[in-house]
Design a binder for this molecule. Structure first.
Ligand code: HEC
Length: 489
């Protein structure tokens, strides 16, 4: 668990650094009137909504719509326009007594400059921006209004690689960057395309049968999405030989949004028969779409809420009958998509389960987790464990079942990727050279190569058969002077 906490701390620090890097601080001209939606609502979202939303309603007070925020809770209207000193809404933020909001034992005080924005807004008459519907959900409204930043031409810091995928022809790698996907020619480690995205990070990538790319991702704690992109669409422009595609607003690039969620979508899988797409994440739910009639006609088939915490991994059996999931709740689970019922829970990891995979004929489930183990088990009946294997020296984040050979591939915080014999569960090869936690793993469509990406932005491609290095590079555009590494012949 400790390691898990460390992961989150690392992510938070990285997010904070990136935030400072890429977001210009909004400048409040002292004479400019305060806008409720642009200036005040974000402060409420950050400091108040956790307890004063429609679900919790602490003090019988829901402030997630303007109408309800103004009406107040059991003590009545908390805002007296023009009189901040008589408005509980403001005085509770800055009071020195025990009634402070957020409650002293539950959270930090609202930063002084933020409380000042709220004071000024009430002093100016607590005006609501013209055209804003008093009944609209403020969290949704803030999301609609949020505009993603344009990724930097050159990264000052490496971007964590949370996901990557080989293009169907095996010649390129798609890598999740900061508010973009980067596409690299493997032969010369050259950046070929940048596809700007609304999502800050991509956590799951899957090429569909028609060559389109499904991407799950989000902005931690803010929003999550599943979107379909056409990487072969006409670029907006070409800069220094790199094609720039606008996946934020060009409908020829971003073909369809399948999901709009309140927090990150962390994993994604397409069934081998091309009929289904599944995605899960921080809202604990896994959604399954029927995409058999093409992505424009994608239908949400069902929403499975089977885990008590974040869903970290999904896999679909080749026939689309079973859904396997990995959870932060320390279990792997199997769901019958036809009967729409839970089949079993596999509890043996007794720690966070990060990844799952399934044998093509659906006769064996595979899972990896914070216990550093790779485990194989029966995905039917009582879910009995068949075997487990240690070997990785730290948490294991990903597992992939090879598409044609009896082998598994795993990626770990111990900076390595390993291949395993499916039956004996013996460690066949260890793929080395990455220098940080390995979060992302992918196998080429022809089954010959494996690619992995790590926390420090490094990406490596190896031959699966003999673990020889094909290419190594950093996938953060313009970062570092280190040239791509190709093994000497
Ligand atoms: C960690 C939970 C939590 C957070 C965060 C929080 N509150 Fe509260 N709030 C409460 C609880 C619990 C009550 C009811 C207890 C009470 O009335 O003393 C309450 C009551 C109130 C009331 C009185 C409502 C009524 O009519 O009784 C106001 C006004 C209020 N909060 C404003 C805020 C504001 C503004 C923020 C953000 C700056 C905020 N709260 C953040 C938990 C929270």
């Amino acid at each position: 668990m400790l390691r898990n906490v460390r992961l989150c701390v690392l992510c938070a620090v990285a997010a904070a650094v990136l935030f400072l890097l890429f977001t210009a601080a909004p400048s409040h001209a002292a004479d400019k009137p305060v806008s409720f939606i642009n200036d005040v609502a974000p402060i409420l979202k950050e400091n108040c909504f956790a307890c004063h939303d429609a679900k919790k309603r602490s003090g019988k007070y829901d402030m997630t719509t303007i109408e309800k925020m103004l009406a107040g809770g059991s003590d009545g209207e908390p805002i007296t326009p023009g009189k901040p000193a008589e408005s509980d809404f403001f005085t509770l933020m800055v009071t020195k007594d025990d009634r402070r909001m957020p409650p002293r034992d539950k959270g930090e005080a609202v930063p002084k400059d933020k409380a000042e924005v709220v004071r000024k807004w009430i002093a100016e008459g607590a005006k609501i921006d013209a055209g804003l519907d008093a009944k609209v959900d403020l969290v949704k409204e803030l999301r609609v209004r949020w505009k993603p930043p344009v990724p930097p031409a050159k990264y000052k810091f490496p971007s964590i690689v949370n996901a990557l995928a080989f293009t169907p022809d095996g010649k390129q790698l798609v890598v999740g960057g900061h508010h973009e996907l980067t596409v690299w020619d493997i032969a010369d480690a050259k950046l070929a395309k940048r596809v700007y995205t609304r999502a800050e990070r991509a956590y799951g990538l899957a090429f569909l049968k028609d060559g389109k790319l499904a991407v799950a991702g989000g902005r931690p704690g803010q929003e999550g999405d599943v979107r379909i992109y056409d990487l072969s669409a006409k670029p907006e422009e070409t800069r220094d030989g790199v094609a720039i595609l606008d996946g934020v607003s060009d409908p020829a690039v971003m073909l369809k949004q399948l999901l709009d969620a309140d927090d990150s979508v962390l994993c994604l899988a397409a069934s081998a028969d091309g009929k289904y797409l599944a995605a899960g994440g921080c809202d604990r739910a896994v959604r399954i779409w029927d995409i058999s009639e093409g992505i424009t006609k994608a239908k949400l088939e069902q929403t499975v809420e089977n885990h008590a915490d974040w869903v970290l991994g999904v896999a679909l059996s080749a026939d689309g009958k079973y859904l396997l999931t990995a959870g932060r709740d320390k279990t792997a689970k199997v769901w019958d998509l036809k009967a729409k019922e839970s089949v079993l829970t596999f509890p043996e990891h007794q720690n966070v389960v990060y990844g799952v995979a399934v044998k093509p004929d659906a006769s064996v489930g595979y899972s990896v987790g914070a216990d550093r183990q790779l485990r194989t088990w029966k995905p039917t009946g009582e879910g009995k464990q068949i075997k487990n294997a240690g070997g990785h020296n730290d948490e294991v984040f990903k597992v992939i079942a090879h598409p044609s050979q009896p082998l598994l591939l795993t990626a770990s915080a111990d900076k390595s990727v390993r291949s395993w014999d499916t039956e004996k569960l013996s460690n066949l090869k260890t793929f080395q050279g990455l220098t940080d936690f390995v979060y992302a793993l992918a196998v080429s469509a022809d089954g010959k190569q494996v690619a992995a990406g790590s926390y420090d932005g490094e990406v490596r491609v190896w031959n699966i058969a003999d673990a020889t290095l094909v290419k190594a590079f950093n996938a953060s555009p313009g970062f570092g002077a280190k040239a791509a590494e190709t093994p000497k012949k």
